[in-house]
Design a protein around this ligand. Structure first.
Ligand code: GLN
Ligand code: ZN
Length: 764
């Protein structure tokens, strides 16, 4: 029996990588400094896995920005606009150029590559771009070097690579050509990499999560040929085909006949087909059982996991069994030990990446005890685990009967607005907005002073009156800037918020917070998801104080800003003892209470952000409808308590709208703003094809990049938008909130945006 994890979080327990990247980007440190941090992190993470007792340490799970971008670079698959001619030479992409691809090149006005979410996680990857004449050539020995380095340090390395079928499935064609025409060239490049790794390590993990999703017919057709080529490149090393995030079912046959020496399955999200898998698994294949959840922070139920593994061993040779995490641990925080302020009882229910490594080796230890006899050490391990799980199951902090009763009492009249949008639109005319109204998505730059004030307030060093007047000044200056820019619907700027989920979670019952539980979202950006451990309710108003103040400063409409129930759910670590839809309903009722209070306070435009709405989609399309039904319903439960004359907005970040457009219509927000500038408004097609009836604000500029968009380019995007959406229903706004930008960029960009809107307005 062997043990491993599918990947370790790369960001560092103290977000060392984030800090090093940002210092490098600011020009404060050199490439060598950054590379030294990377080396330290890789080696530290190998040591952690080794110390925990895992047989293999994973190499290749580190990335300076994103592992999909790394794979594109490894293949020399680089968009022409960056002017990097590496693929002809087969040499690695120069270090600085790598970041230009990820972040865009402001100096040369080259836009960044697109980014989208990694299956149904909150991680975002860079979408590979391929054109018909793209040269593909193996171009980076980094993984080979890392793997040799781990070996030299005395570890048994197990490199991980993103598989070619998933890579090509995630790639987007830039010229309408078929990405799969490159399948053979891609397979050749991978084969070259594998040949270099052959014999350096016992196993190579090749990640093909696409096998658990909707693999296209072209992908299915290419799979056998590509894997034959890959396996042909290896003589002394096994290829472990790693699948995760769901069951394999439709693609089980492909995986089983891949010729690979091992198959990893996710038993947390894909355990349903384990029995049929055990029957079909060919004799030459090892099974890696992903039994420890890589995507949450709850302790594994050891007894339950042992039962599952025991069931496998009844029918399976232990020498062919590998025990692992369900997927990479990059989706959970690094080390629970660092949580010195977490309530001890709550903490005793949790495990982070470091602890999960230990759980895996504990499971192997417990399973491997000779003759099935459990030693005293084994018994105490199991008893301690059972006691912790029992305390969680029975805790009065988790279970609040009043919340359950209120959820059960939700009737149909609470689930939709009484009047259709067209009539509400008339009732909202009193807002007196021009055609193509301009607004922003909520946050304004979070300056150092703002962050500092929040820190001082939370550690008790700043008196609350001082904090209050500081925040009020920030809000006032944001309002004045917006008035001066001539925006139509203002926001208060969210200076008091650390994070759009944490801010609300902190004011609701049933949430707890870690100090250092960071998880990478994209590049250097990390999030610290709150933990929903118990029944949720809102004891007191959460935003009314600040928004009422902001509204008092201006005659322009002030938009109240909340985070929606689905996003609260998707961006938290959610309890695993209740269906997600139920937790979402509790959140929806809490937000409904807040909206009622805002409306009573005179705030008549309220935006309920559902940035993560599509992240909750299951990985398989066929399971989507059920999720979308309850997600849209819970959004309506949160927002439908207002009068017709109150305007409800929602906002969504990166999404493919085709699949979810009916659910978006079912949310029935009066206005939705979406991120669409990088895809040049093509996302709007989904709205026009579906005759989406409500108002839309497609983002006219990319807030992920420091580049200031010109008036002309936004004007052009607005004209493109007008081809899909009639002017009466079109809003003008950036792609998303501006908290990561600085003020000069922000005002310059918004000034151009308002000017573009006025130009287009005048042309109507
Ligand atoms: N209102 C939030 C903001 O502007 C929305 C952020 C988001 O959608 N990610 O920051
Ligand atoms: Zn957004």
């Amino acid at each position: 029996m062997k043990t491993h994890i599918l990947g370790f979080p790369r960001i560092g327990a103290d977000r060392e990588l984030k800090k090093a990247l940002e210092a490098f980007w600011r020009g404060e440190t050199s490439a060598q400094d950054l590379q030294a941090v990377a080396k330290t992190l890789k080696e530290r993470h190998w040591a952690i896995q080794h110390r925990a007792g895992l047989d293999w340490v994973t190499t290749g799970d580190f990335s300076y920005y994103d592992h999909v971008l790394d794979t594109a670079c490894m293949l020399g698959c680089i968009p022409e606009r960056f002017g990097i001619s590496t693929c002809d030479a087969g040499t690695p992409v120069p270090f600085e150029d790598y970041f230009r691809m990820a972040r865009g090149d402001a100096a040369r006005n080259i836009p960044a590559m697109e980014m989208t979410k990694w299956f149904n996680t909150n991680y975002h990857f860079i979408v590979p771009e391929i054109s018909a004449h793209q040269q593909i050539r193996f171009s980076s020995p980094q993984l080979v070097e890392d793997t040799r380095q781990a070996s030299a340090l005395g570890y048994t390395p197990k490199p991980v690579i993103l598989g070619p079928i998933t890579f090509l499935s995630l790639a987007k064609s830039t010229d309408g050509s078929d990405c799969w025409q490159h399948a053979d060239a891609v397979a050749d490049a991978y084969a070259e990499l594998l040949a270099q790794l052959d014999g350096v390590c016992p196993w190579i993990q090749i990640d093909e999560p696409i096998l658990c999703a909707d693999l296209s017919p072209a992908g299915r057709a290419a799979f056998p040929r590509v894997y034959e080529r890959l396996n042909g490149a290896l003589k002394n090393t096994g290829l472990l085909l790693a699948t995760y995030f769901d069951v394999l079912d439709d693609n089980m046959e492909l995986a089983l006949s891949s010729g690979c020496s091992g198959l990893h399955v996710d038993l947390v999200r894909g355990g349903a087909t384990l029995n049929s898998l055990l029957v079909c698994l060919p004799g030459h294949m090892s099974l890696s059982a992903g039994i420890v959840d890589g995507r949450n922070i709850w302790k594994t139920d050891l007894a339950k996991a042992l039962a599952t593994l025991g069931n496998i061993l009844d029918r399976f040779d232990a020498r062919r069994l590998i025990i692992g995490s369900s997927c990479s641990l990059m989706h959970c925080p690094v080390d629970l030990e660092h949580e010195d302020r977490l309530d001890p009882e709550l903490k005793s229910w949790m495990a982070f990446a470091v602890q999960k490594c230990r759980e895996i080796s504990d499971l192997a230890f417990l399973l491997g005890e000779p003759g099935g006899q459990v030693s005293t050490e084994g018994i105490s391990l199991l008893e301690e685990n059972a006691a912790e799980l029992r305390s969680r199951r029975t805790s009065g902090r988790v279970h609040k009967p009043a919340v359950r009763e209120r959820c059960n009492a939700v009737g149909p009249h609470m689930l939709c607005r009484p009047t259709p949008h067209a009539d509400r639109k008339k009732a909202q005319e009193w807002l007196n907005l021009p055609v193509l109204p301009t607004t922003t998505i909520g946050s304004f730059p979070q300056t150092t002073a703002i962050r500092q004030a929040r820190t001082l307030m939370s550690n008790g060093t700043m008196p609350s009156q001082d904090y209050e007047s500081f925040m009020k000044k920030e809000i006032e200056s944001a309002v004045r800037v917006q008035e001066e820019l001539g925006l139509d619907v203002l926001v208060h700027g969210e200076p008091e918020r650390n994070d759009m989920v944490e801010y609300f979670g902190q004011q609701m019952n049933g949430f707890c917070f870690t100090r250092n539980g960071w998880v990478q979202s994209y590049g250097s950006r990390c999030v610290k998801p709150p933990v929903i451990y118990g029944d949720v309710f809102r004891p007191l108003p959460m935003t009314v104080f600040w928004i009422r103040y902001a509204a008092s400063l201006t005659d322009k409409p002030m938009k109240g800003m909340l985070t929606g129930p689905v996003t609260m759910l998707c961006w938290s670590f959610v309890r695993d003892d209740m269906p997600r839809s139920e937790v979402c309903r509790q959140l929806a009722l809490a937000i409904r209470d807040e909206i009622r209070d805002l409306e009573e306070a005179g705030v008549r435009i309220i935006q309920v952000d559902e940035a993560a709405f599509s992240e909750g989609l299951p990985v398989k399309q066929r399971d989507g409808a059920e999720y979308l039904r309850w997600a849209a319903q819970n959004f309506r439960l949160a927002t439908s308590g207002v009068s017709d004359a109150t305007q409800i907005h929602t906002h969504m970040c990166y999404s493919e709208f085709n699949e979810i457009i009916h659910a978006i219509a079912a949310m029935d927000a009066d206005v939705i703003s979406i991120e669409s500038s990088r895809s040049r408004m093509t996302l709007l097609d989904a709205f026009s094809v579906a005759d989406y009836p409500n108002d839309i604000g497609p983002g006219v500029y990319d807030i992920h990049s420091p580049r200031i968009p010109t008036e002309g380019e936004m004007e052009e995007l607005l004209h493109r938008a007008l081809a899909c959406i009639p002017a009466e229903r079109l809003w003008v706004n950036p792609d998303c909130g501006l908290k990561t930008r600085d003020w000069p960029e922000t005002t310059a960009s918004l000034r151009n945006m308002v000017a573009a809107a006025r130009k287009v307005r005048a042309s109507l």
